[in-house]
Design a protein around this ligand. Structure first.
Ligand code: FAD
Length: 454
């Protein structure tokens, strides 16, 4: 449903070489930050400092939806690279286009909690959890406090309660989107259903700039974060047992297995249970029957405290400092060879492979029901290489060795990897052709193009 069509000057018609880039034409009610402004450096920096040298032409700190529309009109007319930015956590720095316009929506962060919760696209994960938690609700999202919902939800949204409640995008029931023609559109199952479909797994940065989402929230229940310690030297057995364990877990149980790189490597099994802790014990016993467990650490808590715990915000959130890393992902549709995986982390210098369990509610959605295709995955594998003290090429080479050696295909678009082989199929599988058609319909002039745009 098109809510309002702005007076739009066709990109092809009026853009001409030498157009004087007069930023005053933007007339934002927010603020435009330009090179030379005292806060330009702080405002432009992506979370992944591997891309810290990237210099956008301007950063629009949007105060309203109308500002977002003005930015897209301006960029269309001037043929200026443009990208939406919410929480700045793009692995590849895609929200900071070199010489382009950053449409920063982080001030659009109002949350109206309820059974249907309205969430401004600039809301951080912790901002979301605090706002809905205080009202007795939960919207499943990522664990990192400062990740933005604007980038996370369109790509999927892996959470510690995902097997019980689905991906973040599975809870989406509508969204307001500004498309590159400057129109503000409400999308849901009935209005612009193709665009709504694409916004649930098609990846941030494509199709338009979301200004707010509506999510079906769940009533907050007590949760039990847990950690299992296993003996040093048993990493392959632990990871093998963990993969077997996934085969018949109840929806309430989500679990992760982290293989830490370096000599010697290490394995850590953790997870989250939805409900009273007694229900979890028999499932942990099943795991312990497969491999020795040295200690079990169960921490029952209410849902909001649990979200603060995972976000490292129990005593107040730490400052967002950024990190230098190269990262990628794979999707495990069947178990991988645990000994081979441990050999990979043993050879690698510094970083981790983090396996997150899928299945449950995530797996009950058809692969083409939303744009997120990986419904039959057993787990996702997030591969993270620490980039401190090494150049980008070395970090990428180390990353590629692990990614390509793992013995799994596919990939999660939110762990976007600028060198992912065959990225269209890896992220989107059979959904790519339909996504491409939607992108061409709403962005025929490719205003929102970036290296891995649909
Ligand atoms: C430390 C860390 C922890 C993470 N934890 C998790 C996790 O637990 N679960 C999980 O699923 N993912 C997780 N991620 C991945 C995360 O989902 C993606 O990096 C996501 O794209 C970040 O969104 P953002 O808004 O913070 O980033 P941005 O850099 O602002 O945006 C990312 C992409 O989305 C686009 N975008 C941003 N805002 C909008 C908007 N309003 N409309 C349309 N497009 C937009 C950008 O143009 C860019 O292409 C994590 C990432 C990091 C770095």
């Amino acid at each position: 449903m098109e809510i309002r069509r702005r007076t739009f000057i066709g990109a092809a018609g009026l853009a001409f070489a030498g157009w004087d880039r007069d930023w005053r034409r933007l007339r934002l009610s927010g603020r435009l930050v330009l090179p030379g402004d005292p806060d330009y450096d702080a405002r432009r920096r992506p979370f992944n400092t591997l891309y810290a040298s990237r210099r956008p032409a301007a950063i629009a700190l949007c105060a309203t939806e109308d500002d977002v529309a003005r930015c897209l009109e301006f960029a269309s007319r001037d043929r200026l690279p443009v990208a939406a930015r919410s929480g700045r956590h793009s692995y590849a720095g895609y929200s900071v286009p070199e010489d382009g316009l950053v449409v920063d929506v982080s001030a659009l962060n109002a949350v109206r909690p309820g059974q249907v919760t309205e969430v401004g696209a600039g809301t951080s994960m912790i901002g979301l959890y605090e706002a809905v938690g205080a009202a007795g609700w939960l919207v499943p999202g990522g664990t990192c406090a400062s990740v933005g919902i604007g980038g996370l939800a369109p790509g999927g949204g892996i959470s510690v309660v995902g097997r019980e409640y689905g991906l973040t995008c599975d809870r989406m029931v509508g969204a307001r989107v500004v498309t590159p023609d400057g129109s503000v559109r409400w999308v849901d199952e009935e209005h612009e259903p193709d665009l709504f479909w694409a916004l649930r797994g098609g990846g941030g940065g494509n199709f338009g700039v979301v200004t707010s989402f509506h999510f079906a929230a769940v009533a907050a229940r007590d949760l039990v974060p847990f950690e299992l310690r296993t003996p040093a030297g048993a990493e392959a057995d632990v990871f093998g047992a963990w993969q077997e364990w996934l085969a018949d877990l109840p929806d309430e149980l989500w679990t992760a297995c982290k293989l830490e790189m370096g000599r010697p490597p290490s394995a850590l099994v953790s997870g989250c249970w939805v409900g009273p802790p007694e229900g979890l014990t028999p499932w942990l016993d099943r795991f312990a029957a497969k491999v020795p467990v040295v200690s079990r650490n169960l921490r029952p808590m209410d849902s909001l405290t649990a979200m603060r715990y995972y976000a490292n915000c129990l005593g107040g959130c730490p400052p967002v400092l950024g990190n230098r890393f190269a990262a990628s992902s794979r999707m495990l549709r069947r178990p991988v060879d645990p000994a081979a995986a441990v050999r990979l982390v043993d050879r690698a210098r510094s970083g981790a492979i983090l396996f997150d369990s899928f299945g449950g509610a995530i797996g009950r959605v058809r692969p083409d029901e939303t744009a997120f295709p990986h419904r039959d995955a057993l787990a996702s594998a997030q591969i993270f290489v620490n980039g401190t003290g090494i150049d980008e090429a070395t970090a990428r080479r180390e990353l590629a060795e692990v990614r390509d050696g793992l013995g799994a295909g596919g990939g999660y678009v939110n762990y976007v990897d600028p060198e992912m082989p065959d990225w269209r199929t890896a992220y989107y599988g059979h959904n790519y052709p339909r996504l491409h058609r939607v992108a061409r319909r709403y962005d025929p002039d490719r205003v929102l193009a970036f290296p891995q745009s649909v």
